[in-house]
Structure formats: C-alpha cells, structure tokens
Design a protein around this ligand. Sequence first.
Ligand code: XMP
Length: 503
Amino acid sequence: MDEILIIDYGSQYTQLLARKIREVGVYSRVDTPQKAHPSDKTMGVILSGGPQSVYSSNALNIPDWVLSSGLPILGVCYGMQLLVQKFGGRVLRGKVFEYGMTNVILSEDTIFSSLPKVVKVWMSHGDSVEKIPDSFIKIAESEAGITAAIRSSNKKIYALQFHPEVFQTEHGTEMIRYFVTQVCKARQNWKIVDYTSFAIEKIRKTVGNSKVIGAISGGVDSAVAASITARAIGENLQCVFIDNGLLRMEDESVPEKLQEVGMKIKRINSSDLFLERLKGVIDPEQKRKIIGKTFIEVFEKEAKLSDAEYLLQGTIYSDVIESAAASTTSAKIKSHHNVGGLPKKMKLKLVEPLRELFKDEVREVGKVLGLTPEILDRHPFPGPGLAVRIIGEVTRKRVDILRRVDDVYIQILRKAGEYPKIWQAFSVLLPVKSVGVKGDERSYGYVVALRAVNSAEGMTASWYPMPHDIIREISSKITDQIPEIGRVVYDVSDKPPATIEWE
Ligand code: XMP
C-alpha cells in the first residue's frame, strides 16, 4: 500500500493533514523528525507546520534522508520555512503576522489548475518568506504581498505558507489531492479495513500477553475501542460498565449488545452511590465533579481487583485537540467527564487505538468490526449522563420521568427517519411545574424541554428545524404517556450563546 509520510513538527493540525490524505484514499503515516524513516512504499513526504521559528536555538530540522531520497516534498507553514532556508532563501523573522482567513492570489501552476484565481485560506504564521531560493518560483501570494506558495523549478518540491488541511481553506483538499496523486503518484488504495487490521496488529505488539482494563460508557468511541482491542487480545481485555443510575433506557442494552459480539463485560450497579452523593446538589459544576470523582473511585476499585497492566481509552482525535485547547487558551465552561479521561495516577500504561481518528472514521472502523448501527449511529451522550439534563436536584424519581420522556422522543425520531439527520437530540427536565387541563380536570405537571441540534463536532451548534407534525406527535405522546409531564417546549438556542447541554 502506497503511503505518504508526514514529518510532524508539532502543529495542532498535523493529524488533520493525515486525515485529509486518507480522505483522498491514500495511507498516511505521521512520525517525528527524529524517528521518521521512509519505507519502500513511501511515495512522498510532507513537512508539517509547527510552533517554532526556524531561528530558534533548538529549531527542528529536515532529516538528511528527505532531500537525498529524491521523493516529492510538500512543506506546510513551518515546513515551508525549513525548505526555504535549506535551499538558500531567507525567512523574515516575526515582522509580518498573518492569522486567520486571508485571500490568496493563485498563479496558473498545475497544483492550482481548475481552482479560482483568488481563494480564502487559513494562515497562522509570524515568520514569512523574504527571499525565495533561486531554484524556486512563486506560485501564490497573499493580498498583503506575502509569498503564499512556491515550487521548485526542477524538482518535485512544493511549499505552502497556509494550511490546506483545515476546513476553512477553500479547495485545500484539491491541493492535497493534486500533490498526493499527481506529484507523488500514490495509488488511492487505502481503506479503513486496512487501518483496522493495522491497528489490531499494533495493539497485539504493544500489549503482548498482558491484561487490559477499559470502561464502556455506551457511547460509540468506547464501544469501538473495546471491540478492536477485544479482536486483538480476546480474553485479556476486561471491560467494565458502570451503571451510575443516570443512564437512558437506550444505554441499558449496550453491554448485552457488545457481549453478543464476543466482548467480556462486567456490569457494576453503583446507582445508589451516585444518587446518594448527588442528593441536594443543584449546582451544575458540583454535579459534574461529584460524578467524575465517583466514577473514578468505582473504576479504580475494579482495576485494583484485576491484574491489568494497561488501561484502554476511547480517546479520539477531537478529544486530543479539545484537551490541548482546554489546557492552554480556553476558559473552563464545563468540567468534562468521559471514559476517555480516567486518572493518570492509576499508573497503568495506556492503549488508545482510536487516537488518530475522527468520529466518522471511528464509526467506519466499528462497521468493519461488525458492530451494529444501533451502537454506531447513536448520538453523543455526556459522561455525567441525565444529571446534567435534570435541572435542579437529581432524584431517582426525576431520573425515572426523564428516562421515559427521552425514550418516547428518541423512538419517534427513529421511526420518522429524523434521528440520523440530527447530530444530537435529547430532553431536559425543568424544575418548574405548570398548570394545564387533562380530561376536564386541572393538572399541574413538570415542564420538559426538547433539544435537537446539528453541530460541527460539538464546538458550535444550530438548533434543528424539526418538522412541525413530528414535534406535535412527540409532544402529545409525551403528555399522554407520562402523567407527570404537563407541558413540552422546544429549545431554539444555538451554540453559542447557549451550550448544547443545559448544564
Ligand atoms: P456542550 O454542552 O459543552 O457540549 O455544548 C458539547 C458536546 O459535548 C458533550 N458533553 C460531554 N461529553 N463528557 C462527555 O463525554 C462530558 O462531561 C460532557 N459534557 C458535554 C455534549 O453532550 C455535546 O455533545
């Protein structure tokens, strides 16, 4: 299988590059400048972006083999500056900053053929090219006159100052496709099924005969991570499913469904412990912290009972980006808890088979492993479960009401064919009662809010324009079947300013 080797200089977008190449149907491999080495299948090399300046005292360089191999090269951002310096051009340090969307004027070079003359691209650089090396020509320039792309005149070397891999860059995929298929001549024969076999082999090699323990949440990521690990090491994987009393009806059957496909899962009922600790708690952050801490406690106890050496985590690439962002710039909005975030102090070594994949690729891997759509196509569900969908105090009675409401809602969406069109749909129980009339009697029941959104990986969201006849059906079925509910409302808030969950 042909491959493109990406040398990672530390850009937060490196895995996106790898993903874009996979989208084009070509296998790509990411490695550090120190370790990267070509194989007989390597058809081209990409030098990624990175946070450094080529003038830093500890600046990472282009490994010697890259230029002597004669392989086609694409430099992106920092990768471009490395090439410029290497070939005798000059990089201007920190004089011109371009961050965000910039218009770039493209020449008629073949890499841009069939693209418009001006495209919007994502720039993120402080250093820029001041003098192009003699053996190179400029093929794109930003509106501010900064060199945006160059190409060697006699070798297959290209360099872009902007990031073709991020979705904001118009026609970025076409540029990458051209480089990979036309310049490198890589064959488009990569399939997710190959990745799955490769990942299974990698788990086997890493873990050997040791035991692995992992938590199953009912969500897609942990199910696929466990399934691929089970395929690799069989009985040596022990999965734990913790019932925290805050699950939806649809989550209940997940362990059985996974057991059906051959996984060993221990179910632990800790609902009394969780609900006891949540007694009287109203503050959303406090709820989240209590649940996160209790989850870890229960899981740690289990891990100690096993003789596991490894901890399986269902981390996917968007979690990696999110936690990097969370650790640096972003303000804390919510304390996230998920099974991908078990404590480091557990001193178990990590197995993270999905770390490089995006959600839709994880679903594809799941399909290859034979998981059913009932497991793979489910909407995301937060670690703290229904606790953050019950505004005010969480009690067993309220959980029970919300579980029934949610079940009616989701069943109708599935039956009507709406469920797959929506990124996430759920209901929220409000601590408010409202007057109504049922039969000829006055009623006084809870208000429930229905939420449905479409979203880009949960970072932003827009409320879903649900067909009116379906909302009507949902609303009347909820009030007919669940006597505690007196009123149903539909949430029409986008994120921002609202978040997807109410707490
Ligand atoms: P918000 O409410 O922050 O949610 O707009 C964005 C996405 O994240 C999910 N979410 C969580 N997922 N642990 C998780 O695994 C959590 O603690 C958590 N809180 C929110 C939420 O359901 C939405 O998909």
